[in-house]
Design a protein around this ligand. Structure first.
Ligand SMILES: C[S@@+](CC[C@H](N)C(=O)[O-])C[C@H]1O[C@@H](n2cnc3c(N)ncnc32)[C@H](O)[C@@H]1O
Length: 232
């Protein structure tokens, strides 16, 4: 089963809700974790071994129920998708769907992404990183919980390959301003839309559950596309 995520961390970007799992999600966790789950401890295995091949790799952070990851993986069998999610019903749902669709190019780690990025084996591991609708933490006193901040980028960037792409989307304009500011301030990231600009929505990006929820509330969506500058 997935690793324990009760590690001591004072400020997390998530709260583990006590959501109940459906029978199908529970069954998927029991039966399909060995095929698709990657244990974080004691040390993350080599990803080529975990995927049983070497292919361009996408890290999908905070996959929620996992339906978007599954859709992208089905459409792009030439890419390998590593999902990272702490919410157990979401992990169970992704496992269930990956099994039902017999997908060979999806794996999942059930842990805090910050714990994952701290693994040495992930240096230069990803061609593309997706952060689709990260928890917005809209209240000012909760902004410190937002995932995208300088310390997070310091952990993430070494795990991305030179020329790699970082795609982010949010439906919270105040978070969008923050994302732009933080990412543009990082010397290794180049805003592909041009300084201070949002990116057009990528054609390949499926609608996500949280995006649909935001649009129903009348929110506007902002997309971002950054490139990792090769080291000088
Ligand atoms: C607002 S939801 C978006 C889910 C999905 N990407 C979508 O657009 O429907 C954000 C997800 O990120 C997960 N999450 C937040 N912080 C995380 C972290 N530090 N590590 C792993 N997952 C995290 C949450 O559990 C939640 O499922």
């Amino acid at each position: 089963m997935s690793p324990d995520i009760t590690h001591p961390r004072s400020i997390r970007s998530f709260v583990l809700r006590n959501s109940r799992m459906t029978a199908g999600q529970k069954k998927a966790l029991e039966h399909h974790w060995p095929d698709y789950g990657i244990e974080l401890q004691p040390q993350l295995p080599d990803l080529d071994r975990a995927f049983k091949r070497r292919a361009p790799r996408v890290l999908d952070i905070g996959t929620g129920m996992g339906d978007t990851t599954i859709e992208m993986a089905r459409k792009r069998p030439d890419l390998d998708f590593l999902a990272v999610e702490v919410h157990q019903p979401g992990v169970g749902n992704l496992l269930r769907r990956a099994h039902e669709e017999r997908l060979a190019n999806v794996r999942i780690i059930s842990a805090d992404i910050l714990e994952v990025l701290a693994q040495d084996t992930l240096i230069n591991a990803f061609d593309t990183v997706l952060i689709l609708f990260p928890d917005p933490w809209p209240k000012k006193r909760h902004h410190k919980r937002r995932l995208i901040k300088p310390a997070f980028l310091r952990s993430l960037l070494p795990c991305m390959r030179p020329h790699g792409r970082l795609y982010i989307a949010t439906d919270w304009l105040n978070y969008a301003d923050h994302i732009l500011e933080v990412c543009e301030a990082h010397p290794a990231l180049e805003n592909l839309a041009g300084p201070g600009r949002y990116a057009p929505r990528p054609l390949w990006r499926p609608a996500t559950k949280f995006e649909t929820r935001g649009l129903d509330l009348g929110h506007e969506v902002r997309d971002f596309a950054f490139r990792v500058r090769p080291a000088a």
